[in-house]
Design a protein. Structure first.
Length: 115
C-alpha cells in the first residue's frame, strides 16, 4: 500500500495554491506585534493566505479597517522585494527583500521622547 502525502497548500502538481507566511517570518512579525500591543498602539490582527499574497493586518480596534498591512508577494522577490508594509490609505510605506528591514518603518512608532 502506498501513502501519498500532500499538504493543503499544494495541488497535485506541487505548485502552491496560496501564499502563506513561514514560521520564522511569523515569529518576526509577532515579536513586533507584541511590543506594539504592550505600548498600547495595536489591539488586534488578522492573517490572510491568498493565491498571490499573504497578508498580516494590524488593527487599533477590532471593527475598523487595518492600520497597516504587512504583505508577502513572492512574485516580486526578484524585482522590488517580496515584503511590503502598506498604510491605511493604501500607500506602500516600505518594500524590500529582508522582512526585518521592512518592519523597521513600524518600529519608529515605538520611539518616544523621555521627559
Amino acid at each position: 500500500m502506498t501513502k501519498h502525502l500532500s499538504t493543503p497548500l499544494t495541488n497535485s502538481m506541487g505548485i502552491q495554491d496560496q501564499v502563506s507566511f513561514h514560521r520564522t517570518e511569523l515569529a518576526i512579525i509577532l515579536s513586533l506585534y507584541g511590543r506594539m500591543v504592550a505600548a498600547g498602539e495595536w489591539r488586534d490582527y488578522g492573517i490572510s493566505a491568498l493565491k498571490n499574497l499573504a497578508v498580516f493586518s494590524v488593527y487599533r480596534r477590532t471593527a475598523e479597517v487595518p492600520m497597516y498591512r504587512i504583505e508577502k508577494r513572492p512574485k516580486l522577490r526578484l524585482q522590488q522585494g517580496q515584503y511590503s508594509v502598506v498604510g491605511m490609505d493604501g500607500q506602500v510605506l516600505r518594500r524590500g527583500r529582508d522582512l526585518k528591514q521592512v518592519l523597521r518603518v513600524l518600529e519608529r512608532k515605538l520611539i518616544r521622547a523621555v521627559d
